[in-house]
Design a protein around this ligand. Structure first.
Ligand code: ADP
Ligand code: ADP
Ligand code: MG
Length: 540
């Protein structure tokens, strides 16, 4: 098999779209004779944030193991043994990586890592959050991080009682407050709301002024905001991965969405991802599924006020707002799990609701196929295979026990299990968590098709603005003071909804030439101009 670009037979049978560029003929590292092969390496740069953008299983952690000196690469040697540093250095002579690799070979480089999956932290650390964080505070910046990430009330808690969003901010803080030569953050946004995402981005920029930072991130609006350059990782997950040379962050993300790497002349996806510059004014008539009355729901210390509204058949309704503002409480009201306060509005009827919670646990050693078959009688239909199994990429893991799945695999299973139920209304709380970009795009299509095809209502709570934009027909906006009071407004059309939500946040998006939204620097000319015209996201 030959492709014209690659000078030798493709060893991976992946040739239809992926080819190995000539200069990357030799792997950087290969795990054993037929193991995963990594080509190229990302380059840590002083004063810069370098992103790695690519699917899971493409060699990001392997790259970091090499850059931190934990893994001495073997340059793909057949025996799988590490190569001598002499030969490795000769391989990198004259490249931008030479000085860095030399430092690694001489004395080792100290790396602080925020791992991708953090649920293991409570297993290895017992005790109070404050004790854990004081131990990792080698730079004296802990108090600053605690303030910026609103962790004051979390310090007193025990590590094993934290929510996913709290644990994420703790893991992030523990990494940043280490003294290291190089920082690696493997996904920071899962379970964080957009306020917390923006705060994390600010802190990373601050750190990068003095140290190289490398980040893996699948929330592209946030990656765009915080990285200077991106390396794209492509290939065939778990088989081989190629890390490209750095590209400017705007160009890199655009090439990724386009599915075509210009410098490498490689197409790795057969379609482009495009954004609407104007909010779509859907002309389709939609039947009302449920009228929501004005109502309140109070707990000791928290009150949720609902303005009223409706949910329509066939639509995806986006739900945005901070963590702790009452979104899950709202979902429970719709499902009839909670009754509204006495004396406030009453639900005319409660719907049968299928719910995917924000935090998911495997809780079973049944296989993925067993769980899906238990949830639906349609497993063997071509509809189910084409609309659920195939786009959610479940086929390769059907025989895996649920309790062995990675975070991204478990998320795809949880989405499938939710959509397998018979219900009037489907509520997905943060379906993007732990999905890579490719999986997010596919999930968007699955969820939209599902709502339209089954003429059911779908509510999606998410904090990835690109996902909200691609998915939603209308928007429900939560405002208030997290942990104290919340209010739901809308549903609005996308333009009004985004203006309202982003107005609360104080951020605007501009469009680049490809139409992709990019967060404006607050106070910049465009930011002030768009705010004065009330154009926070879409142009009128
Ligand atoms: P990513 O960080 O991009 O998700 P990794 O670098 O963790 O990817 O892994 C890339 C591939 O290498 C995976 O298929 C993984 O199973 C494999 N791999 C990782 N570590 C080892 C190892 N120590 N031995 C054999 N294979 C490994
Ligand atoms: P969100 O989904 O927006 O993150 P939630 O609806 O989960 O927010 O929570 C909003 C607030 O209501 C929080 O302060 C939470 O502690 C409180 N709360 C939620 N459910 C209950 C309950 N059953 N009893 C008491 N307080 C609750
Ligand atoms: Mg919630």
């Amino acid at each position: 098999v030959g492709c014209g670009i690659c000078i030798k037979k493709c060893p991976f049978d992946a040739i239809d779209i992926i080819t190995l560029p000539v200069e990357q003929e030799f792997p950087t590292h290969r795990y054993g004779k037929n193991g995963f092969a990594l080509y190229g390496l990302p380059i840590p740069v002083e004063g810069k944030v370098s992103g790695i953008l690519g699917p899971n299983g493409i060699g990001k952690s392997t790259s970091v193991a090499i850059l931190s000196g934990q893994l001495q690469p073997n340059l793909g040697g057949e025996t799988g043994d590490a190569e001598s540093w002499d030969l490795i250095l000769r391989q990198y002579a004259g490249t931008e990586l030479f000085d860095y690799i030399k430092a690694v070979s001489e004395k080792g480089v100290k790396v602080a890592v925020k791992p991708q999956y953090i649920d293991g932290i409570p297993k290895v650390f017992k005790g109070k959050v404050e004790d854990l964080l004081r131990r990792t505070d080698e730079t004296g910046r802990l108090d600053h991080y605690v303030r910026e990430l609103s962790l004051e009330n979390v310090l007193e808690k025990n590590v094993d009682t934290l929510s996913g969003g709290e644990l994420q901010r703790i893991a992030f803080t523990a990494c940043l407050s280490r003294e290291a030569d190089f920082y690696f953050l493997d996904e920071v946004t899962p379970f964080l709301d957009i306020y917390q995402r923006m705060a994390a981005a600010r802190l990373i920029r601050e750190l990068a002024a003095s140290r190289p930072v490398m980040i893996v991130e699948h929330d592209l609006a946030i990656l765009d905001l915080l990285a200077d350059t991106v390396h794209i990782g492509y290939g065939k997950p778990a088989v081989f991965g190629i890390i490209t040379r750095p590209k400017g962050v705007r160009v890199g993300i655009n090439q990724y969405l386009e599915g075509f790497l210009h410098e490498e002349n490689v197409r790795f996806r057969d379609h482009q991802v495009v954004f609407e510059t104007r909010s779509h004014n859907k002309t389709v008539e939609r039947e009302t599924l449920l009228s929501i009355p004005s109502m309140t729901k109070s707990f000791p210390g928290f009150t949720l006020t609902i303005d009223g509204g409706d949910i329509r058949r066939g639509e995806v309704l986006g739900v945005v707002g901070a963590n702790g503002i009452g979104k899950s409480t709202f979902a429970n009201l719709l499902a009839g799990v909670y009754e509204p306060d006495a004396g406030s509005g009453k639900m005319e009827r409660t719907l049968k609701v299928a719910y995917k919670p924000q935090y998911i646990k495997a809780g079973s050693d049944a296989t993925v196929e067993e769980l899906l078959r238990a949830a639906t009688r349609r497993f063997d239909t071509s509809y189910y295979q084409h609309e659920i199994i195939e786009p959610l990429m479940l086929a390769p893991i059907l025989q895996s026990p649920a309790d062995t799945l990675s975070g991204g695999e478990l998320q795809r299973l949880a989405i499938a299990l939710c959509l397998s139920q018979d219900a009037d209304l489907y509520i997905l709380d943060e379906p993007s968590a732990h999905l890579d970009v490719e999986q997010r795009m596919k999930s968007v299509r699955v969820i939209k098709h599902f709502a339209e095809g089954k003429e059911v209502g779908v509510l999606v709570i998410d904090h990835d603005m690109y996902i909200i934009d691609m998915l939603s027909e209308r928007l429900l906006v939560f405002e208030g003071e997290p942990g104290n009071r919340g209010a739901a407004y809308g549903p609005f059309g996308m333009q009004d909804g985004m203006n309202r939500f982003l107005g609360n946040l104080g951020i605007t998006f501009r469009r680049d030439k490809s139409g992709r939204p990019r967060i404006n620097k607050v106070g910049s000319f465009l930011d002030r101009d768009q705010k004065s015209r009330g154009e926070y996201y879409y142009s009128t």
